[in-house]
Write a protein that binds this ligand. Structure first.
Ligand code: MRU
Length: 363
């Protein structure tokens, strides 16, 4: 996707051999990049959400492992680096998926060849993510097209958090079908949940959609249900950080409430995700480890003042404690369908196995 007319991915290797990422902690106010040169750089970028979004976390971890092997290609360091990267964020399964894939590739070669093999594999994971997101876009586009034909006008789509190209390498998951619908001339308008506490919707989704010229409106997280009651939402599309083998969808906290409101108002609710987000080992979403982040993200809000300074201010009384659970789980029964790179399926075990009969080997 483009920023001010220049095409970008969220992560790429430079000629100098470092991994360059867009620093998402400074968006939408400043566009800057950051160079990751070491394992610690990569782990820090994931932990502090310089990079975030399930697919991008996975790709960054893959490159992080390659950087680690450049420091020391021994078995011992491979283990330590894997553990360090795995410990950065617990919920998005893409992280464990990418690390497992990297390890199985690297383990097959002698330590002297590991660095090249690791960078090559990370590049393949990165490129595959782009193609998977493109296919998710094509598959989701058909749903939007059908809605446009039956509704006969503008299609209003609600989304939560940021599941666009900034959360992946390019295109995005939930936003890919929206970009493709817009590019195909289908009139779409997006209700963008601000997504407290980190405001990924207000800061990143709005930045992305605005950059691509997609009509959108940022709303307080709590408005979605009311808009659905008024018939102003035709569909919901969200991303996912971990989808269980039976179709439960773990995503940014607040997603579950949108799914409940959607069901009560007969609004179709879709989750868009690539294979790297499916946790085949888990059936019940309630077993997913939900990341608990600093209460400071709830008690404080960051923004730009009228004089152009980015500041963080407190919005909660000094004495009040806060709880910051970053994700929730939407049970499969509330999900109309899963939009994947292989097609759209019901959020059921049979639905997923039908699309991925080769799930034990598929990459
Ligand atoms: O905490 P974040 O910003 O990493 O959370 C991201 C989300 O929850 C996204 O909706 C999710 O990764 C969707 S996949 C593109």
């Amino acid at each position: 996707m483009k920023i001010s007319g220049t095409p970008y991915r969220t992560i790429w290797p430079t000629a100098a051999g470092v991994i360059r990422v867009i620093d998402q902690s400074r968006l939408p106010f400043e566009f800057t990049t950051l160079d990751l040169k070491t394992l610690d750089d990569a782990a820090h970028a994931i932990r502090t959400m310089v990079v975030r979004g399930a697919p991008l976390i996975g790709v960054t971890a893959a490159y992080g492992l390659a950087l680690a092997l450049r420091e020391d290609a021994s078995d011992r360091h491979l283990d330590e680096a894997t553990q360090a990267l795995q410990a950065t964020r617990p919920t998005a399964v893409n992280l464990a998926w990418a690390l497992a894939r990297m390890r199985s590739t690297v383990a097959e070669v002698a330590p002297s060849e590991r660095v090249d093999a690791a960078f090559r594999e990370a590049g393949l994971i990165c490129d595959a993510d782009v193609e998977q997101c493109r296919s998710i876009g094509i598959n989701g586009l058909e749903i939007i097209r059908r809605l446009a034909e039956t509704a006969g006008g503008r299609v209003n789509i609600l989304t939560h958090c940021n599941a666009g190209w900034l959360a992946c390498v390019d295109w995005g998951t939930a936003l890919a079908p929206i970009y493709m619908a817009h590019d195909a001339g289908i009139p779409v308008h997006v209700w963008v949940d601000e997504t407290r506490p980190r405001n990924q919707g207000a800061a990143l989704t709005a930045f992305e959609l605005g950059g691509h010229g997609v009509p959108h409106t940022v709303i307080a997280d709590n408005l979605g249900g009311h808009l659905m009651q008024r018939g102003e939402v035709d569909m919901v599309i969200v991303g996912s950080d971990r989808t269980t083998a039976s179709g439960d969808v773990c995503n940014k906290v607040g997603t579950y409430l949108k799914a409940l409101a959607a069901r009560d108002n007969d609004v179709p609710f879709y989750a868009a995700l690539p294979i790297s987000t499916i946790d085949w080992a888990l059936d019940d979403g309630r077993a997913i480890v939900i990341e608990e982040r600093s209460p400071l993200e709830v008690t404080h809000v960051a923004g730009r003042t009228s004089s152009g300074v980015i500041e963080t201010v407190r919005v909660v009384p000094e004495a009040s404690p806060a709880l910051n659970l970053a994700f929730d789980v939407t049970p499969a029964r509330l999900v109309t369908g899963l939009i994947t790179e292989r097609g759209v399926c019901p959020a059921t075990r049979d639905g997923l196995r039908g699309l991925y009969p080769d799930w034990q080997k598929a990459k």
